[in-house]
Design a protein around this ligand. Structure first.
Ligand SMILES: [Fe+2]
Ligand SMILES: [Fe+2]
Length: 483
C-alpha cells in the first residue's frame, strides 16, 4: 500500500472513531482523549511537508483524500461505506482540516464531532453545521461548498481523460469568478464591521484559478475583462489576482507559489475597507488631505491581513506585496521606507494593479484607456514605475492588443480582440470577433477574424487596425461576447 493510501485510510479510521466515541463518552474519558490524539495525528501526517491542510471529499460513492481516490480493500470497504452514508445524510460532500488543528483544544475537537453527529435530521444540515462551526470559531476545519466540490472533481475528471468541452469550461470559469468575488466581498464586509474573517474559501478560489490557468490561459485572461461598476474594488482585486497569476505562470512559478501570488493579489487592497467610501468613490481629483488618507490603504491592508483568521505562515506571505504595491519600481511611490527591496510578488502585483485600474471604466471616472493604450502607457514607465522585465512578460502574456480591446478597422467594421495566437506573435496582430450592429444600438457577435491574415496576391493585410478604443465607448462588455 502506498504512503498516500495509508494516510488516507488512517484519516478515515480515526475520524470514524472520533465520531463514534463522542456518542458514548464524555470529554474527560480516556478513550475520548485518545481518539482526539489519534485524529490530530492523522490530520498532521496527512498534511504533506509544505501543505497546511488535508482535504477529504466524496464523489460517486468514493472517498478522495488530498485529491487521490481511496482504494477499496477488504478491511476498508465497510468503513468507507459507513462513512459515505454518514456524510450523505448530512449533505456533506467535502471537508478540509488544517494543520492549525495542532493548537486546537481537545474539547473543541470533541465538540466538533458532536456537532457533526447532531447535524443529522436538521432541515439544512450542511448549512447548520457551517454556522455552528463559524460561531464556535473552529477555523481549523472547513466544509466545502457544493460548488467547490464540482469544480475540483471536474478537474480530476479531466485527469482521468474525460475532457470537458469549451462551453462547460467557460461556464465553470465564470462560476469560479463569481464565487471568488462573492467570497472576497464577504471577507471585506466582515473586516469592515470590525469582525474577523477566515480565508479558507479564498484559498479554495485561488486553487481553482491555478487549475484554470493550466487548462485554459486565454479563458483566464478573458475573465479578467469582467467589469462590475458597483463592486469595483472587489472585481479589481479578483482581476489583479487573475492577471498576476498569468505573469507568475509565465515566469515558471510552481502551482503552490501561484496560489500564494493569487491570494496576495486578492488581498492587496483589503485596507480600502478602512478608507471612507466618499474618498474611494470620489469623482475627479483628491485633495492633498484625501490623498494622504487614501495612500494609507497599503498599510491598512497589512493591518487587515493580520486580522484575518488564518495560519500565521499564510498571513506572513500576504503582507509584503500589500505593503509594496504602490511603492513603484524606482521607489518614487508610497510608502517610502529606507533601504527596501521590493519583493517579486510586490513587483508583479504592481503591474497587474495599474493595468486593471487604468482600463476599468468606472462610473465616477470618465477616462479609461483601452487595454492596448494601457500597454503603451505602461511601457513608457518601464524601469520607473514597473520592473521592465516583468512588464515585458506581462505584454507577452496579453499581446500588444490585449483581450477586450475594441479595434476599429479600415473596412469600417469593429472587432473585439479575443487573443493573439502564438503564430501571430511576430506581427503582434490579434484575432478578433466582428461586432455586428443589432439595429438597437447594440452589437451581436459575428465571425472570428484573424487580423494577421494577408491577401495571397498582394501580401497586404486583409483588414488593418486604424484605432483602438475602450469597449465602454461602444457600450460593449467584452465578457458578454467571450462566454
Ligand atoms: Fe492599492
Ligand atoms: Fe489595487
Amino acid at each position: 500500500m502506498t504512503l498516500e493510501q495509508e494516510r488516507g485510510q488512517k484519516l478515515l479510521r480515526t475520524l470514524n472513531s472520533l465520531l463514534r466515541t463522542v456518542l458514548i463518552h464524555d470529554d474527560m474519558n480516556q478513550q475520548s482523549v485518545e481518539c482526539v490524539v489519534n485524529f490530530v495525528n492523522a490530520v498532521l501526517t496527512g498534511c504533506a511537508a509544505d501543505e497546511d491542510e488535508i482535504r477529504l471529499q466524496m464523489r460517486n460513492g468514493r472517498f478522495f483524500v488530498g485529491g487521490k481516490k481511496l482504494l477499496y480493500s477488504n478491511d476498508t470497504a465497510p468503513l468507507i461505506q459507513v462513512l459515505l452514508d454518514y456524510f450523505e445524510k448530512r449533505q456533506v460532500s467535502g471537508v478540509t482540516f488544517f494543520s492549525t488543528i495542532d493548537a486546537a483544544k481537545s474539547t473543541d475537537i470533541l465538540a466538533f464531532a458532536r456537532l457533526v453527529n447532531q447535524a443529522d435530521g436538521k432541515e439544512d444540515p450542511l448549512d447548520w453545521l457551517k454556522k455552528q462551526i463559524d460561531k464556535k470559531e473552529f477555523f481549523w476545519v472547513a466544509f466545502l461548498e457544493p460548488s467547490q466540490e464540482t469544480d475540483t472533481f471536474e478537474a480530476e475528471g479531466k485527469e482521468e481523460g474525460k475532457v470537458s468541452d469549451g462551453k462547460i469550461r467557460r461556464a465553470r470559469a465564470q462560476k469560479t469568478y463569481s464565487y471568488g468575488l462573492f467570497n472576497l466581498k464577504e471577507v471585506a464586509l466582515k473586516l469592515g464591521e470590525g469582525r474577523r474573517a477566515g480565508i479558507n474559501k479564498s484559498v479554495r478560489f485561488v486553487q481553482n484559478l491555478v487549475g484554470l490557468l493550466n487548462d485554459d490561459e486565454p479563458l483566464m485572461l478573458g475573465l479578467s475583462t469582467i467589469r462590475i461598476y458597483d463592486d469595483y474594488t472587489y472585481a479589481h482585486s479578483v482581476n489583479v489576482a487573475l492577471l498576476s497569476m498569468c505573469i507568475g505562470k509565465w515566469i515558471g512559478l510552481s502551482p503552490r507559489a501561484l496560489e500564494k501570488l493569487g491570494l496576495c493579489g486578492l488581498f492587496h487592497d483589503l485596507g480600502k475597507v478602512s478608507i471612507p467610501s466618499m474618498i474611494i468613490k470620489k469623482p475627479g481629483k483628491l485633495t492633498v488631505e484625501e490623498q494622504i488618507i487614501m495612500r494609507a490603504h497599503s498599510l491598512h491592508s497589512v493591518r487587515q491581513i493580520i486580522m484575518l483568521r488564518a495560519p500565521q505562515t499564510r498571513k506572513a506571505q500576504l503582507i509584503l506585496p500589500a505593503f509594496e504595491h504602490h511603492m513603484k519600481f524606482d521607489h518614487s511611490g508610497y510608502p517610502k521606507p529606507s533601504h527596501w527591496n521590493i519583493s517579486l510578488f510586490g513587483r508583479i502585483i504592481a503591474i497587474a494593479d495599474v493595468f486593471d485600474a487604468i482600463t476599468s471604466p468606472r462610473v465616477y471616472r470618465k477616462t479609461s484607456l483601452s487595454p492596448h493604450m494601457a500597454i503603451g502607457y505602461m511601457m513608457e514607465k518601464a524601469g520607473k514605475d514597473f520592473d521592465p522585465i516583468l512588464l515585458k512578460v506581462f505584454i507577452n502574456v496579453l499581446g500588444v492588443y490585449p483581450p477586450g480591446t475594441v479595434v476599429e478597422l479600415d473596412s469600417d467594421e469593429i472587432g473585439l480582440v479575443v487573443d493573439t495566437p502564438e503564430e501571430n506573435h511576430a506581427s503582434g496582430l490579434p484575432r478578433a470577433l466582428l461586432m455586428m450592429p443589432d439595429g438597437n444600438n447594440g452589437y451581436i457577435k459575428g465571425k472570428t477574424i484573424n487580423l494577421a491574415e494577408q491577401s495571397p496576391d498582394t501580401g497586404a493585410y486583409l483588414r488593418r487596425i486604424v484605432n483602438t478604443v475602450h469597449p465602454a465607448a461602444y457600450n460593449i462588455q467584452p465578457v458578454q461576447y467571450f462566454f
